[in-house]
Design a binder for this molecule. Structure first.
Ligand code: AMP
Length: 286
């Protein structure tokens, strides 16, 4: 496994490799089983697997956790080595954003809803860094988790709108045994906060069950998740929404408020203490 820190070296290495397909798994490190599942799928489907580890400052707001975001390259390296990864791209901030950097991808309305409401520059940062990674690595396939469903839908739109020659593949949400979606941020949670956070997956499971029983009303779905989250006063709801998969249009804004069970993302974000957690389920194809 090669650890490469410069754009020039990645390009050089990829140019000289004898391979049909290149797969890319972009990450911010502090790896867990969710990331490894992406890597596994990528390795199974491509000749060369590149994993990038870059805590991207452009996707953090001024009062967010960029400085304290967990970083442990040695541990990540050992995990990726064991998985048989070919290249780890681990650039510095200056390598990705040299002095004078000023070009960003504007995701329009899709970047303003759900997580974009409380994190107004987040998706611009995500889309920009992912497009840069696509241009640097030139992968055939790139792998993303459905845990960050809005991210997946936005990146698919970016690829379509900007004619990027990369196919995006997705993997399901990987959860801990207690149901909490794995996240590098889960280590911030105290035991009491973690217990409280479990109401997020519980609320979503309840909503999904009721949808399977025939519930279609967007506001009723939202209420089910909300009731579960509000059982614990530590949970501060950021949003609970039902939106379409293609444009992220909110079903609650439609006159009939009826979700389409082949085209719906039910997504929620909650703050538990200082930690912001997201979770979702998808009805339809992504
Ligand atoms: P991050 O390092 O948080 O930027 O995540 C890197 C990639 O891993 C993204 O595509 C995430 O959606 C994905 N990912 C993170 N956590 C999970 C999870 N619990 N299940 C599936 N994918 C995940």
């Amino acid at each position: 496994m090669k650890i490469i820190t410069t754009i020039a070296d990645v390009r050089e290495h990829i140019k000289t490799c004898d391979c049909n397909t290149i797969g890319l798994v972009p990450t911010m490190g502090a790896l867990h089983r969710g990331h490894l599942n992406l890597v596994e799928k990528c390795s199974a489907e491509n000749d060369i697997t590149v994993v990038s580890i870059f805590v991207n400052p452009a996707q953090f707001g001024p009062n967010e956790d960029f400085d304290r975001y967990p970083r442990d390259l040695k541990r990540d390296e050992a995990m990726l080595e064991e998985m048989g990864v070919d290249i780890v791209f681990y650039p510095t901030t200056e390598e990705i954003y040299p002095a004078g950097f000023s070009t960003y991808v504007d995701m329009g309305d899709m970047g303003k809803v759900l997580c974009g409401k409380s994190r107004p520059t987040h998706f611009r940062g995500v889309a920009t860094v992912v497009l840069k990674l696509f241009n640097i690595v030139a992968p055939d396939y790139a792998y993303f988790g459905r845990k960050d469903a809005q991210q997946v839908l936005i990146l698919k739109r970016m690829v379509r709108d900007l004619n990027v020659g990369v196919t995006i593949k997705t993997v399901p949400i990987i959860r801990d045994e207690d149901g909490l979606a794995l996240s590098s941020r889960n280590i911030y949670l105290s035991p009491v906060e973690r217990e409280s956070a479990l109401n997020l997956p519980r609320g979503l499971v309840k909503a999904k069950e009721q949808i399977e029983n025939g519930l279609r009303d967007a506001l009723e779905i939202k209420k089910l998740v909300e009731e579960e989250l509000k059982k614990n006063p530590l949970n501060k709801v950021d949003y609970i929404e039902t939106v379409t998969l293609d444009t992220l249009e909110n079903y609650a804004g439609r006159e009939d408020k009826r979700i389409d069970i082949n085209n719906t993302l039910v997504a929620a974000a909650v703050r538990v203490g200082k930690t912001r957690l997201i979770d979702n389920f998808i009805l339809g194809e992504v």
